[in-house]
Design a protein around this ligand. Structure first.
Ligand code: C2O
Length: 544
């Protein structure tokens, strides 16, 4: 294992998309940001220097950060943001993970343009549990607004309404040939490893390439039992490695690839546009094809509200669960939690008109608690023993009011507010059932937990039944993910072991839901032994 050094200069850069130029926040002048590459076991030392007017912090999404919680990155959870002119060195080791992860800004909506791939290769003496691909290609989905995205979120929060839709989806930062050009070139008869990342702010996506199939081999940097599919589903925050075997063709040919959202939100409010890229075959030194893009068939994607496709899709994922890649799902549970996850609302302040549901403001919550971000970092407050006035430890383990979660919502749909955390003694085994609610419409919520992988032991439609559903839980080969969909009109059950001391953010990775308060923090306490404790913070940890 080695130490790899990176320097991220956060700068404004003019970027032109959709025939308009705007100044955006970038890493080293690049959009999307540069690739970080490491082998399992390597240490990454990344110096982030903030040259922009905004506060910055960067999260290394999916990295377990074992006993390196100070490097996790969410603003006001593990650190104060890096102020203009300041810098911070993120220092962590990649332990027990191989695959694709990503980094993104973790303050306000700055991740709209500040994101990039993290490629984790197997240790140098090991290989993939599948045939070595000919080439590896990152495919990063994103969203592009012509307007300034900070203005988009600020306006949404002020008026209480949903945010304006983005103007285009992007693949590797480009809106693609339906607008403009972007085309990965491939050779016939080869196997490519596509490293898929959904970096979009607010949309879960289907992805397909005309006349091709994929073999899914990994999810969130964990190997899975390979399965074939022609259509991928990927939620914001999720990553997946898939193999693409190109056809045996003797002439240069083009195929369209396309992504389009999945949404069950009230009709008319979601964005139904499609992003496309081109898969171009470039046979041995033959002249490049001049086939026009126009007239190429778009792949036919599932309907925008294809909930059964998504349920079926998530059910296909199984861990490898063999001697080389064993599953460590807790077989017994110390602590049970049941979280209701969904939308709600806030009253409209006096002397203001709000454009949310029935003149209120949109909000979102877990067990009806809409989490308020503190003005200092939770982990600092805890470490220095000053939690008073920053957070309380009374996050409810169960909803205070029960109702038919997937039926008619209760009369009062207002959320409550607070900075409440869940405290877990070191090494607690946790079972968490997350139940989607139908308040203001049922939606799929991709819940992301920092610092851990979650074993997905069960999922279902309707209301979770605590007496009959656990009997069907998969404790043999459940998939391990850092971002897990709570199904629209259903529930998901996960397990994890609290073996990583620190304060860990958990939130819906649909950015507007996060902004509305669909977030909370787990405070995992130190264990007895030195190697079970969080070390003190680095001296350059930013101050608030
Ligand atoms: Cu990728 Cu807290 O998120």
């Amino acid at each position: 294992s080695i130490t790899r050094h990176y320097k991220f200069d956060i700068r404004m850069e003019n970027v032109t998309r959709l025939c308009q130029t705007k100044s955006v926040i970038t890493v080293n002048g690049k959009f999307p940001g540069p690739r970080i590459i490491a082998r399992e076991g390597d240490r990454l030392v990344i110096k982030v220097v903030n040259h922009v007017p905004n506060n910055i912090s960067i999260h290394w999404h999916g990295i377990r950060q074992l006993r390196s919680g100070w490097a996790d990155g969410p603003a006001y959870i593990t650190q104060c943001p890096i102020q203009t002119g300041q810098s911070y060195v993120y220092n962590f080791t990649v332990i027990g993970q191989t695959g694709t992860l990503w980094y993104h800004a973790h303050v306000s909506w700055i991740r709209a343009t500040l994101y990039g791939p993290i490629v984790i290769l197997p240790r140098s003496n090991t290989s993939y549990p599948f045939l070595k691909p000919y080439k590896e290609v990152p495919i990063i989905f994103g969203e592009w607004w012509k307007a300034n995205t900070e203005a988009v979120i600020n306006q949404a929060l002020q008026t209480g309404a949903g945010p304006n839709n983005s103007d285009a989806y992007t693949i590797n930062g480009l809106p693609g040939p339906l607008y403009n050009c972007s085309s990965p070139k491939v050779k016939p008869g080869k196997t490519y490893l596509l490293r898929l990342i959904n970096a979009a702010l607010n949309d879960e996506l289907f992805f397909k390439i005309t006349n091709h199939t994929f073999t899914v081999v990994d999810a969130d940097a964990n190997y899975v039992k390979p399965f074939e599919t022609d259509t991928i589903f990927i939620a914001p925050g999720q990553t997946s490695n898939v193999l693409l075997k190109t056809k045996t063709l003797t002439s240069n040919t083009k195929f369209l690839m396309a992504a389009r959202p999945y949404s069950t939100a009230a009709s008319g409010t979601f964005d139904n546009t499609t992003v496309a890229g081109v898969l171009e075959y470039n046979s041995n030194n033959m002249p490049l094809s001049t086939t026009a893009i126009k007239g190429l068939a778009l792949p036919s994607l599932p309907a925008i509200n294809a909930t059964s496709y998504v349920a079926n899709w998530t059910g296909k994922f199984r861990s490898l669960a063999n001697s080389q890649f064993p599953v460590n799902v807790p077989q017994t549970v110390d602590k049970n939690f049941f979280f209701t996850v969904g939308l709600g609302n806030d009253p409209c302040p006096k002397n203001q008109t709000c454009q949310g549901p029935n003149g209120t403001k949109f909000a979102a919550s877990v067990n009806n608690v809409s989490f308020t971000l503190p003005t200092t970092a939770l982990l600092q407050a805890r470490f220095f023993g000053r939690p008073n006035g920053v957070f309380s430890t009374n996050f409810p383990a169960f909803p205070l009011n029960r109702f038919n979660y997937t039926g008619t919502p209760p009369n009062n749909t207002m959320v409550s507010h607070g900075t409440k955390v869940v405290v877990l003694p070191y090494n607690t085994t946790v079972q968490l059932v997350m139940q989607g609610t139908s308040i203001l419409g049922a939606e799929n919520h991709p819940l992301h937990l920092h610092g851990f992988n979650l074993y997905v032991v069960g999922q279902g439609t309707g209301n979770f039944n605590s007496s009959s559903d656990p009997a069907n839980f998969n404790l043999v080969d459940p998939v391990e993910r850092n971002t897990v969909g709570v199904p629209s009109g259903g529930w998901v059950a996960v397990r994890f072991r609290a073996d990583n001391p620190g304060v860990w953010f958990m939130h819906c990775h649909i950015e507007i839901h996060l902004s509305w308060g669909l977030r909370l923090a787990w405070s995992v306490m130190d264990g007895k032994f030195p190697n079970q404790k969080l070390p003190p913070p680095p001296s350059d940890l930013p101050k608030c």
